[in-house]
Write a protein that binds this ligand. Structure first.
Ligand SMILES: Cc1cc2nc3c(=O)[nH]c(=O)nc-3n(C[C@H](O)[C@H](O)[C@H](O)COP(=O)(O)O)c2cc1C
Length: 390
């Protein structure tokens, strides 16, 4: 069983991620992990922090001589800014004058709900953990999940569908999405360069006004065989597991599988993907004329591309802050502001890739098992043969 946790505060010493349940013998590609972390830091509209640090994954355990050994993997991501925060976030009792209070909760952030829940007089410790800095730790272990999936022939990538009201028209093909991946300069990770420029102009517009933007990303999992997940039990459905995984990311407020949202307003004949048959195909001879189901029917992957969209609300830290209340005096004041991103749709897409990869890797290991890659691959190939001869 694949299990994972993260720990760490946004400005603390480091983030740590634990991943347990990976089979032994998986080759670990360190530059790939660091490249994934770099991808999460990109995108037009990010705050200043991305410029001061470049994340690297420091593997502490579970990998020896370049391969997984079946024991839990711990990965550490140093926070390069820690030196400026050590006195503000001391582990031991510190100087109260050095603490950086967040005195008025930001509407839309975790500040007020978290302070009430944990009985904090202000919101510093709330945002330190609620912050999406945490998603970097998920990207590190998501990269390991991607390496496992790669051995099974599967790939997971994302692209940006919309930023504010600027939207890509039509569906992006796998080839288009794939072609974004090697870019050394990431703007808004949109497959249409003209729309991408319009998205950039939209970010510039809100930057000037001190506002922020949300948007939509799409994660596509390519070459996923039919049979991952099951309708047999509610919490084993692949759609449910993917929805929870993507929704668990900071600022994601809706998740769509395939054409889920427009399907609700369309007749069945316009939605369901007609079935055909030809002798050969990637997994079986069954074909579909389109993929409105987003690769999942009955909570089971059906052999088509898996398409999951995440809908992000706009960032809640505003340079032109909304109305709030002072925690101490209860007087009306403007909400707190500290250095912040303005638009994070491409980065959220990368973090969602990690969550989709971890989910698919978990489902694959449940189906194919194996304590070593040799065993997992043998089981996987046996299943592919079974599908071929169906
Ligand atoms: C990649 C990424 C970066 C983010 N950066 C910021 C940020 O700089 N400032 C901010 O206020 N919110 C940022 N957020 C969103 C907050 O973390 C999120 O809104 C907050 O934790 C409250 O959680 P909720 O929106 O899920 O309710 C970011 C989200 C993501 C996915």
């Amino acid at each position: 069983m694949l299990r994972y946790f993260t720990a760490g505060e946004s400005h603390g010493e480091a983030l740590v991620a634990y991943l347990s349940g990976m089979p032994a013998g998986l080759q670990v590609d360190q530059p790939f992990l660091d490249r994934e972390l770099w991808r999460r830091q990109q995108g037009y509209g990010r705050g200043g922090r991305m410029k001061i640090e470049r994340d690297t994954a420091h593997i502490l355990s579970g990998v020896r001589d370049g391969k997984t050994i079946g024991s839990p993997i711990a990965v550490l991501l140093e926070n390069k800014d820690w030196k400026n925060w050590a006195e503000s976030l001391p582990v031991e009792k510190g100087d109260p004058a050095k603490l950086k209070r967040v005195g008025s909760p930001r509407p839309g952030h975790a500040d007020l709900a978290g302070a009430l829940k944990y009985n904090f007089p202000e919101a510093r410790y709330v945002l330190e953990r609620a912050s999406a800095r945490e998603s970097a730790a998920r990207v590190a272990i998501g990269a390991l999940a991607k390496l496992l999936l790669r051995e099974l022939g599967m790939e997971v990538l994302s692209h940006v569908v919309s930023v504010g009201e600027i939207s890509l028209q039509g569906e992006a093909s796998w080839e288009q999405i794939h072609s974004l991946h090697p870019r050394e300069e990431v703007l808004l990770n949109c497959v249409d360069p003209e729309i991408e420029q319009q998205m950039k102009a939209e970010v510039d517009r809100v930057l000037k006004t001190g506002d922020s933007l949300g948007g939509v990303f799409e994660v596509v999992a390519h070459n996923v065989p039919p049979g991952l997940g099951t309708y047999a039990q509610w919490d084993e459905r692949l759609d449910a597991r993917l929805a929870a995984a993507v929704m668990s990311l900071q600022a994601v407020k809706a998740v769509e599988i395939g054409a889920g949202i427009s399907a609700a307003a369309s007749p069945g004949s316009a939605v369901h993907d007609e079935i055909g048959y030809q002798q050969t195909g990637p997994f079986t001879g069954f074909t579909r004329a389109r993929n409105n189901a987003g690769g999942i029917e009955g909570g089971v992957s059906n052999g088509e591309e898996i398409r999951v969209r995440g809908y992000l609300k706009p960032i809640s830290t505003l340079r032109r802050p909304l109305q709030s209340v002072d925690f101490a005096t209860r007087e009306p004041v403007k909400a707190a502001y500290e250095r912040s991103d303005v638009c994070v749709v491409p980065a959220a897409g990368v973090a969602a890739e990690a969550m989709v990869a971890l989910t698919l890797a978990g489902c694959a290991l449940e189906k194919f098992g194996g304590d070593s890659m040799v065993e997992t691959l043998r089981n996987f190939r046996g299943y592919l043969e079974q599908l071929k001869s169906y």
